[in-house]
Design a protein around this ligand. Structure first.
Ligand code: ZN
Length: 257
């Protein structure tokens, strides 16, 4: 690794971590229908505003040893986790796509998927105010920046939304209860807008494999009479889509050969 290269990888990580810090705000506030711009960050326990130096991504958490500066109540490890993951995503995207507009689109895409995943984990919902504008926005970005033909974008959206809609419909007709949330349908339509048909199929396949592994693990660790953990599908679809961004073409070629 050359020096020059290292000097660009570090800013990509830091920029990613800063975006991750903003994602934390969105994860907390969007499902609670609060503004994501104001007021500034405050401690959830004592409500005192967090000074900017304690709010520095990752460093702030570790400098304060995971406790509020004022009331010393514990800060969730989720904050540095989201910052760290987004930072690593920034560095990886830079490695894969260089300093290009395309890299910007993929970073925006991955950040949106992380946002959706953590909200889904906490609230078992994927807010329409993210997925619906996402379908539109990623269509525009895919057309103008990723050079995807309009037909490919259209098929991606239709397949993404259509397949999960059909699954939900069949499930409903057979079991007379909702299995697949409408949020997942719109999420896969959004993924389809950015990745087209190959992305939708890859995401569905990878997401189902990952979800099944997690489901089996959940059954194994749940005590016999314990309440069954409800596993949202959104984070697994998101993981599949992120995998596609980095290795999709490589994995499809490998699988077919
Ligand atoms: Zn506090």
């Amino acid at each position: 690794m050359t020096n020059q290269f290292m000097w660009t990888l570090i800013p990509a990580f830091i920029l990613g971590a800063c975006v991750g810090s903003f994602l934390n705000v969105c994860i907390h506030r969007i499902p609670r229908k609060k503004s994501i711009v104001s007021p500034g960050s405050a401690c959830p326990a004592c409500n005192r505003p967090i000074p900017f130096y304690a709010n520095i991504p990752l460093a702030g958490f570790f400098a304060l040893r995971g406790r509020c500066l004022f009331c010393r109540s514990a800060i969730s490890w989720r904050y540095p986790l989201v910052e760290g993951i987004t930072g690593v995503a920034g560095a990886f995207i830079f490695l894969r796509f260089g300093l290009t507009l395309e890299a910007g689109v993929w970073f925006f895409f991955v950040a949106t998927l992380l946002l959706v995943s953590f909200i889904d984990l906490d609230f078992q919902i994927i807010p329409d105010c993210i997925s619906i504008p996402g379908i539109f926005l990623f269509s525009v970005l895919a057309y103008f920046i990723l050079d995807m033909p309009l037909s490919a974008i259209g098929y991606g959206i239709l397949a993404g939304g259509g397949i999960l809609y059909a699954v939900a419909l069949v499930y409903y007709l057979v079991r007379r209860q909702e299995g697949m949330g409408g949020g997942d349908i719109k999420l896969l339509a959004m993924i389809g807008a950015a990745t087209g048909l190959p992305g939708v199929f890859f995401t569905l396949f990878a997401g189902s494999v990952l979800g099944t592994i997690a489901g089996v693990a959940a059954i194994l660790i749940t005590p016999k009479n314990g309440e069954q953990m409800r596993i949202p599908f959104g984070p697994f679809l998101s993981a599949g889509a992120i995998l596609y961004v980095f290795y999709g073409n490589f994995l499809i070629t490998w699988y077919l050969s």
